[in-house]
Design a protein around this ligand. Structure first.
Ligand SMILES: Nc1nc2c(ncn2[C@@H]2O[C@H](COP(=O)(O)OP(=O)(O)OP(=O)(O)O)[C@@H](O)[C@H]2O)c(=O)[nH]1
Ligand SMILES: [Mg+2]
Length: 455
């Protein structure tokens, strides 16, 4: 678990030069870390500030050898984005400078923030709700962001709005129940036992269904996926079969053997990797082959790793060369296939980062398995923020569902309304954590506005 007590730091501005460079910190020691690398122009130290303020000054880093102008923004209290003490250093947008600054801040006690961790903190602090977290996380960074966005939009989609409605219903119910308790001596009935039971039972069922839905989703999260790509006849299906351990895919000396795509789940020393075999890439393909091409495109789009198969027994094709030189690819492994046969293409033979494999002899397959496993467990493959968010929401929903089930049971036994109210309060608290709302204020609001208590 990521600790909320750590002070985290990260470069918050866009990568590359130009504009303004920003390093952001959040956590109890934010101001202290900044003070170690900063000379203020007016003798005010970031640690002295008691209100959100901006201080002009210079960055003083030994590694730079000179001072650079900067402006430090400090939020010493909970009035920040993350509701923790926070700080930002605004300076020139020079990547080496920002990295040196980040290193110095880490040396002063901060740690590097995980992807989306600032937003995660804002969410956990109740500053923003799930839908907003989704919106923020969705734009974080394109490479990781895609996976993050997919996970979070799945999580937030359909969850935030039913949750809001359920909380509304529960708040209403609790307000009437508490009013009844406050006016116990008077002859006013705010809610009948039968109505209470009916409402509690229905909300309990809805929350339980929501909890089950979320559980289903997090269990159904797709494993790390790698896709075999390459020209027709490059040996993709043969590798697929060799790794899957069974002859699932059709292998043929004629190009275009694979029309659709197949998937296999590999267990690589406890790590599951889904492997996809696709139809060979043939730009001229039309008709049914065109269909296969489209499903291949979709499979490639969703996979996190590309296994680019280059047939070492044939001269390299323009497509291979283009693909090799394309810098915009996602994480990939280059495979030299059929290495049991004499290499005939110098370009492919010299491709330094390629792994030599042979589906026929099994050569290089252990290395390939190890490389696949390493890619699947690498930090880039993890979506910490969304996994954590999902785990946290799941836990809160589960607890809320339990409280509501107990409340429904108490209603059925016609137990004291104080006990029922207590269960409802805890359930609301848990649901409030998911939505990022504070229920007590809402609740008081409701009681005051509807029943004018305290007049
Ligand atoms: N010698 C040798 N031949 C191989 C090896 N792997 C595949 N082949 C041969 O290469 C040909 C094509 O193999 P496939 O696995 O069907 O190739 P593919 O990339 O799936 O082809 P498409 O599905 O048409 O895109 C077949 O004749 C295989 O027997 C290998 O490791 N060594
Ligand atoms: Mg094939």
């Amino acid at each position: 678990m990521l600790s909320l007590d750590d002070t985290i730091a990260a470069i918050a501005s866009a990568t590359g030069g130009g504009g303004r460079g920003i390093v952001r910190l959040s956590g109890p020691r934010a101001a202290e870390c900044v003070s170690r690398c900063f000379c203020s122009a007016d003798d005010r130290l970031p640690t002295d500030l008691r209100r959100p303020s901006a201080v002009e000054g210079e960055i003083s880093l030994e590694s730079l050898g000179r001072q650079l102008p900067c402006r430090v923004l400090v939020w010493p209290t909970a009035r920040s984005y993350t509701r923790q003490p926070a700080a930002e250093v605004h300076t020139l947008a020079s990547p080496p400078l920002l990295e040196a600054l980040l290193r110095a801040l880490c040396a002063a006690g901060a740690r590097l923030a995980e992807p989306g961790e600032f937003t995660l903190r804002a969410f956990l602090a109740g500053r923003i709700d799930l839908t907003q977290a989704e919106a923020v996380l969705g734009v974080i960074d394109a490479a990781d962001g895609r996976a993050l966005q997919a996970a979070l939009s799945q999580l937030a989609g359909g969850l935030a709005s039913p949750l809001r409605q359920l909380r509304e219903q529960l708040l209403d119910l609790l307000a009437r129940l508490e009013a009844g308790l406050d006016f116990a001596d008077e002859d006013i009935e705010f809610i009948s036992a039968a109505e209470l039971q009916e409402l509690v039972t229905s909300v309990a069922a809805e929350v339980a269904a929501l909890a089950a839905k979320l559980r289903e989703r997090s269990e159904g999260t797709a494993p790390f996926t790698a896709v075999l790509v390459g020209r027709p006849n490059a040996g993709k299906s043969s590798l697929f079969n060799a790794l899957a351990g069974e002859a699932r895919a059709i292998v043929s000396p004629l190009p275009g053997a694979t029309r659709d795509y197949l998937t296999a789940e590999l267990d690589l020393a406890g790590v599951t990797v889904r492997l996809i075999d696709t139809a060979g890439t043939d730009p001229a393909a039309v008709g049914p082959a065109g269909e296969a091409q489209r499903s291949r495109d979709e499979a490639i789009r969703l996979a996190q790793l590309e296994l680019l198969c280059l047939d070492a027994t044939r001269p390299s094709h323009a497509w291979d060369r283009e693909r090799l030189n394309d810098e915009s690819h996602r994480p990939r492994l280059v495979l030299r296939t059929k290495c049991d046969v004499v290499l005939c293409d110098r370009e492919i033979a010299q491709e330094a980062n390629a792994l030599s494999t042979s589906a026929a002899t099994g050569a290089g397959l252990d290395d390939l398995r190890a490389a696949l496993r390493a890619a699947a467990v690498s930090p880039a493959a993890e979506t910490d923020a969304s996994t954590l968010t999902s785990a946290r929401c799941g836990e809160s929903l589960r607890l809320a569902a339990e409280c509501l089930a107990r409340a429904a049971e108490l209603c059925e036994r016609r137990s004291g309304q104080e006990l029922i109210a207590a269960e409802l309060r805890v359930a609301l608290d848990e649901l409030g954590k998911v939505a990022g709302a504070v229920y007590t204020d809402d609740l008081l609001d409701r009681i005051f506005s509807r029943f004018c208590i305290g007049k």
